[in-house]
Design a binder for this molecule. Structure first.
Ligand code: ATP
Ligand code: MG
Length: 380
């Protein structure tokens, strides 16, 4: 009998011809997540398995953050032999209500699932005088997973992970990360659908402080294992913002800044081969997130802009931020480049023609070139 950690996945099962590819991806991502902890990871057909580990809880904690994992159980591994399984189950000590749940993937196993569950239930009742059967709402479920590999896994606990799809091999996404609550959550949500991302942050030094930048680096390092990030690009918007402030209609300041952010993101995508831009925008949250404002920023985007929080309420975003451990950092009171030179009345329904007119008042292209030539790249 071996003690193992059993890993189940769900959506990958739907992948038909691509299933092998996704399973391999998940296996590699799990190996990456547990690297440094002693253990062996195995593909056992429709399940993954970890054996020869020292600290199961430490490994389970890591697995919970791997997208594509549905649930995890500490289990024992036995041969697909009714006698051996019954013998093991007869030694389980329990009190109160229970049920036995059998999953028979090995169709050569001679006893049908329901019959075997009933047999095992008898065995438990005989050995535990205070135990009672409750099919609908048992205190304990003894799960017996009889696999086609010839091995059976028995477990009573399931730890749920986030499901979704495993992170892809390439870092295809560029996450625009501010110091706020929303953008780390946006990165997490896209990673749940398999999008591996690097990070782009804009500062406005010296109007924004070095502490503000440190805070964003801390946030980036907090989400890097979720989103698979390796690099963070930091761009200074100071010169651009000063020019907007001096020469352009102040109502358009945020709109012009956001269009410039997207243009810089375009250039980084082009140079480093990202395929999509991710932001933490949520419809109607602030003036720059109305349909008209989003239309105005989309108009300059050369890559699809993914906005996974578009339909989220603030309280929903906050509860996810707390769950993924970014909230406490996000609420540290440092300024963001969006909050410097803040106009009193930011335009709520910008017109693209007006944005273009305002942009023509400055030498936008050379200012953007300057920003792009002076990108700082931080290895996370
Ligand atoms: P957040 O909580 O993520 O800061 P927000 O509600 O403050 O969002 P905005 O400031 O309008 O909203 O920003 C909307 C989105 O634009 C952010 O979620 C982020 O993706 C991007 N963004 C804003 N400021 C920056 C920045 N300084 N660097 C990089 N991206 C930014
Ligand atoms: Mg912000």
């Amino acid at each position: 009998m071996n003690e193992v950690i059993l890993i189940r996945f769900n959506e990958i099962h739907l992948k038909g011809g691509n299933r092998k590819y996704f399973t391999k991806l998940l296996l590699n991502n799990i190996k990456e997540a547990v690297a440094g902890l002693s253990c062996k990871v195995e593909d056992i057909q429709n399940r993954l398995l970890i054996r020869e580990y020292e600290n199961a809880d430490e490994i389970i904690e890591k697995l919970k953050g791997v997208f594509g994992v549905h649930s995890i159980s500490k289990a024992v591994e036995l041969d697909n032999d009714p006698k051996i399984i019954k013998n093991y189950v007869s030694r389980i000590k329990l009190e109160g209500s229970f049920k036995c749940s059998v999953n028979r993937a090995d169709k050569t196993f001679s006893i049908k699932s329901n019959d075997f569950a009933a047999d095992l239930g008898e065995v438990v009742l005989n050995k535990n005088k205070t135990a009672t059967v409750d099919i609908h709402n048992p205190k304990t479920t003894i799960n017996v997973d009889i696999r086609e590999t010839g091995k059976t896994y028995i477990f009573t606990e399931l730890v749920y992970a986030y499901s979704g799809l495993p992170l892809g091999e390439n870092r295809d996404g560029l996450l625009l990360l501010s110091g706020g609550i929303d953008s780390p959550v946006a990165g997490f949500c896209m990673a749940k659908r398999g999008l591996r991302q690097d990070i782009l942050h804009f500062d406005s030094f010296p109007y924004t402080s070095t502490q503000a930048k440190e805070k964003v680096i801390t946030l980036a390092r907090k989400i890097k294992h979720f989103i698979g990030a390796k690099y963070m690009y930091v761009c200074s918007m100071t010169k651009l913002q000063e020019e907007f402030h001096i020469h352009c209609n102040s109502e358009y300041a945020i709109n012009l800044l956001r269009r410039s952010m997207i243009r810089v993101a375009n250039a980084i995508c082009k140079k480093y081969k990202y395929k999509t831009i991710v932001t933490g925008e949520s419809l109607g949250q602030v003036a720059s997130q109305t349909i008209e404002s989003l239309t105005s920023t989309n108009a300059v985007a050369e890559y699809p802009v993914m906005r996974p929080l578009i339909s989220f309420n603030k309280d929903e975003i906050i509860s996810l931020a707390k769950e993924i451990g970014t909230f406490e950092t996000s609420i540290l009171p440092y300024e963001d480049c969006c909050t410097v030179f803040l106009p009193r009345n930011p335009i709520i329904k910008p017109k693209i023609a007006n944005s273009v007119k305002e942009e023509s008042k400055i030498d936008l292209q050379s200012l953007l070139n300057y920003v792009i030539e002076n990108i700082e790249i931080i290895t996370l």
